[in-house]
Design a protein around this ligand. Structure first.
Ligand code: RB5
Length: 149
C-alpha cells in the first residue's frame, strides 16, 4: 500500500513518531512539514489530498493540532473521504462503513501510542461495501454537482 503523509507545525512531532514507529518500512512519502515553524494546514492538506485523489497514493494521513482543519480542507478535494479520528473504534468504522481514504489525527489530542494503534487499525480494516457503497455513491453524486475541478 502506498501512503502519503503530511502535517502542519502542530502535527510534526506525531508525524515523526509514526514514521519511526508504525509506518516504518511501509511505502510512505512524507509531504512535510519538517520543522515547527508555523504554516497554513490547508497547503499540506491539499497536497496530500490531491496525491490520493489522483491515485498516486492509495491512502493519506494528515496531522494538525486537532485533525479537524486537515479534514475540512482535505474533504474539499474531489474523491476524498477524510476522517478525523481520536479513537480506535472510529478509525475502524471510518474504513468499514465510509471507505475513508485519508485519516486525520490531532497532534494535540492523541499521544503517540494511541495514534499508532489508530493508524494500524485504519490501514488494515477493509471497506465492507454493500449498503455502504450505495451510501457513498449518493455522496459521490452530490460531489459531482458541486465540483468542477
Ligand atoms: C493551527 O494553529 C491549528 O489551527 C491547526 O494545527 C489545526 O488544529 C487546525 O485544525
Amino acid at each position: 500500500m502506498t501512503i502519503a503523509i503530511g502535517s502542519d507545525h502542530n502535527g510534526v512531532t506525531l508525524k515523526e513518531a509514526l514514521l519511526q514507529g508504525v509506518l516504518k518500512g511501509l511505502n510512505v512519502r512524507d509531504f512535510g512539514v519538517f520543522s515547527s515553524e508555523s504554516v497554513d494546514y490547508p497547503d499540506v492538506a491539499f497536497a496530500v489530498a490531491r496525491a490520493v485523489a489522483s491515485g498516486e497514493y492509495e491512502r493519506g494521513i494528515l496531522i494538525c493540532g486537532t485533525g479537524i482543519g486537515m479534514a475540512i480542507a482535505a474533504n474539499k478535494v474531489k474523491g476524498i473521504r477524510a476522517a478525523p479520528c481520536s479513537d480506535v473504534y472510529s478509525a475502524k468504522m471510518s474504513r468499514r462503513d465510509n471507505d475513508a481514504n485519508i485519516l486525520c489525527l490531532g497532534g494535540r489530542v492523541v499521544g503517540p501510542g494511541l495514534a499508532a494503534e489508530i493508524v494500524a487499525v485504519w490501514l488494515n480494516e477493509p471497506f465492507a461495501g454493500g449498503r455502504h457503497a450505495r451510501r457513498l455513491e449518493k455522496i459521490r453524486t452530490q460531489e459531482e454537482s458541486c465540483h468542477d475541478e
